[in-house]
Ligand binder design. Structure first.
Ligand code: AR6
Length: 193
């Protein structure tokens, strides 16, 4: 489902991110950039060994930050690897770290002239971040990025499961309802002077 925002697009998709044709996909990695299960495993399997060769050279990526590599056999130019926080109840800055992960990924995308980018739901699998708390952070960071000066024209969220897809769809509807956009900017109220 597509949502227009300031002449740009937020797209919510149910599917496998390794099949999505965009300029860059984002990987939910770990700090050691060693590969793993979940979407990380799927990206390395589909992309082939060149991605791991590059991440090995990079070394590590602290939680909340992001690094970029080529994409091997994937139908995209770049893989942006970001590390979301491990959920431990919410009292250890998890929300801020998750926001940082989205922001760092989008900054890297802009630095590489990326126009279309697809995210999985960072941290909400093996890392246990509740999706109802994570999705407003993800969508909020995406809209904030599109508010600024950026090369990015389209941000996709690719959700593996139907329930996750529905959560994101509802989140986008709710958040867009609270934000003025280029097409529905509230009229300026003339002041009585
Ligand atoms: N396409 C889109 N989404 C997917 C795919 C896919 N092919 N496969 C899984 N998901 P997770 P995390 C969804 O666990 O919580 C790894 O071992 C999945 O259903 O991949 O950030 C890393 O190396 C879930 O909604 O990432 C780290 O150690 C979402 O992707 C750790 O897991 C994220 O789940 C990171 O955990």
């Amino acid at each position: 489902m597509d949502f227009a925002y300031k002449g740009k697009t937020i797209r919510i998709v149910q599917g496998d991110i390794t099949k999505i044709k965009v300029d860059a996909i984002v990987n939910a990695a770990n700090e050691g950039l060693r590969g793993g299960g979940g979407v990380d495993g799927a990206i390395h399997r589909a992309g082939g060994p060149s991605i791991m060769e590059e991440t090995r050279k990079i070394g590590r990526c602290p939680t909340g930050q992001a690094v970029i590599t080529g994409a091997g056999n994937l139908p995209v130019k770049y893989v942006i690897h970001t590390v979301g926080p491990i959920w431990t109840g919410g009292g250890r800055g998890e929300a801020g770290l998750l926001k940082n992960a989205y922001e760092s990924s989008l900054r890297l995308a802009r630095e590489h002239g990326v126009a279309t980018i697809a995210f999985p739901s960072i941290s909400t699998g093996i890392y246990g971040f509740p999706i109802e708390k994570a999705s407003p952070i993800a969508v909020g960071a995406a809209l904030d990025h599109l508010d600024g000066d950026t090369t990015v024209r389209e941000i996709q969220f690719v959700l593996f499961s139907r329930p996750d897809f529905e959560v994101y769809q509802e989140t986008v509807k709710e958040i867009l309802g609270t934000r003025p956009t280029a097409t529905n900017t509230p009229p300026t109220v003339p002041r009585n002077t």
